[in-house]
Ligand binder design. Structure first.
Ligand SMILES: Cc1cc2nc3c(=O)[nH]c(=O)nc-3n(C[C@H](O)[C@H](O)[C@H](O)COP(=O)(O)O)c2cc1C
Length: 331
């Protein structure tokens, strides 16, 4: 009997929801520092180079949903004055048939102290940030709702600017991920304690965005599989959140974690977590962090339900990384 061999490849053309994916590579978010939050022609050129270089989808660096936060990034996404810049960026990427997703963040106590003077910085609980030492104020429930609405407004802005989707940043120690982390979340109300409660802020944020953009606009969520601290979230906590996000209709989950303490030579370090997320949920899963070896990615693709690979730092030196891979495949 002849066995049909259907190897999946990194260059497969697929779809996430309604969004065509021209290959399985995603440029994972890399924050673009600008002085005033506007999009300079240099930033547009950077995205054009990425799109020209063969990657299928680009996630922008994070953009602040609350313009009163002062950390520098590509733009405070609520500002209408930056709309033209966003449109130029989107057009530059679309010229090459590549998707571009706007990443949205509320930073909170991850903001450095020099950036928070005179600014109200909110957190799940009044616990000093382990990295920045910033001590934020515990957010009231009305303030949490206001933040959720800011994510929704920013997503509407993304549609106006022509983005193909948004990614809610719920990883890397920013506000949403802090809710998942018992160390940072000491609340005793509906947003703290049990994993159901700790997941609530991210889920309600997702729901607020979904409510604003409608059922067809792609919404991705980047999550932590580990936050690398004592009293951190557990693998089961992460799986619970992913299960709920899937039930609520998220289009894709990008599995990340505390990447910046990993040794440079470490590879695909969140693969085991991403495999479990992908196995247990009918949702597109993007694995990000230490994806360096195309053979290893191909193996993961075929040995698990992980469907996509996020790559960040290698693109900084080599925007045409995927074109090089495509050429190597042909020889
Ligand atoms: C300079 C720099 C800026 C980053 N900015 C963001 C960001 O804005 N949003 C985000 O989700 N991740 C950000 N990351 C993390 C990457 O998206 C990615 O998760 C991490 O670099 C691990 O992937 P890599 O090993 O392919 O670089 C940043 C990483 C670097 C090096």
């Amino acid at each position: 009997m002849e066995m049909e061999c259907t190897m999946k490849t990194l260059l497969d053309v697929t779809k996430i929801g309604n969004m065509p994916m021209k290959n399985r590579f995603v440029r994972a978010a890399v924050a673009d520092k600008t002085i005033d939050g506007s999009i300079s022609s240099d930033v547009v050129d950077l995205y054009r180079a990425l799109a020209r270089g063969g990657v299928g989808t680009v996630v922008t660096g994070y953009t602040l949903v609350d313009g009163s936060e002062k950390i520098l990034s590509i733009v405070a996404s609520y500002k209408e004055e930056f709309l033209d810049g966003h449109r130029r960026l989107v057009d530059a990427v679309h010229e090459h048939g590549v998707n571009v997703i706007l990443q949205l963040v509320y930073v909170g106590s991850y903001t450095a102290p020099k950036d928070v003077s005179g600014v109200v910085t909110l957190a799940p609980s009044a616990v000093a940030n382990l990295i920045t030492r910033t001590l934020a104020r515990e957010a009231g429930v009305d303030e949490l709702r206001a933040i959720q609405q800011k994510f929704a407004q920013a997503a509407l802005f993304a549609i106006e600017a022509g983005y193909d989707g948004v990614e809610i940043h719920a990883a890397h120690g920013f506000l949403l991920s802090q809710f998942m982390t018992p160390y940072y979340n000491r609340r005793t109300d509906l947003y703290g304690g049990s994993v159901e409660n700790r997941s609530r802020m991210t889920l309600e944020t997702y729901d607020a965005v979904r409510g604003a953009v409608g059922k067809d606009f792609p919404i991705w969520v980047k999550i932590n599989s580990t936050d690398g601290i004592d009293e951190g979230l557990t693998p089961e906590d992460c799986l619970h959140l992913c299960k709920k996000l899937t039930e609520h209709g998220v289009d894709a989950i990008e599995v990340s974690g505390k990447w910046f303490t990993m040794p440079v030579e470490a590879h695909a370090y969140f693969a085991d977590a991403a495999k479990r997320v992908a196995k247990e949920n009918q949702v597109a899963v993007i694995l990000t962090g230490g994806n360096r070896d195309f053979k290893e990615m191909t193996r993961l693709l075929n040995d698990s339900e992980i469907g996509y690979f996020g790559i960040a730092r290698p693109f900084m030196n080599e925007p045409n990384l995927i074109d090089r891979f495509r050429k190597e495949m042909k020889t």
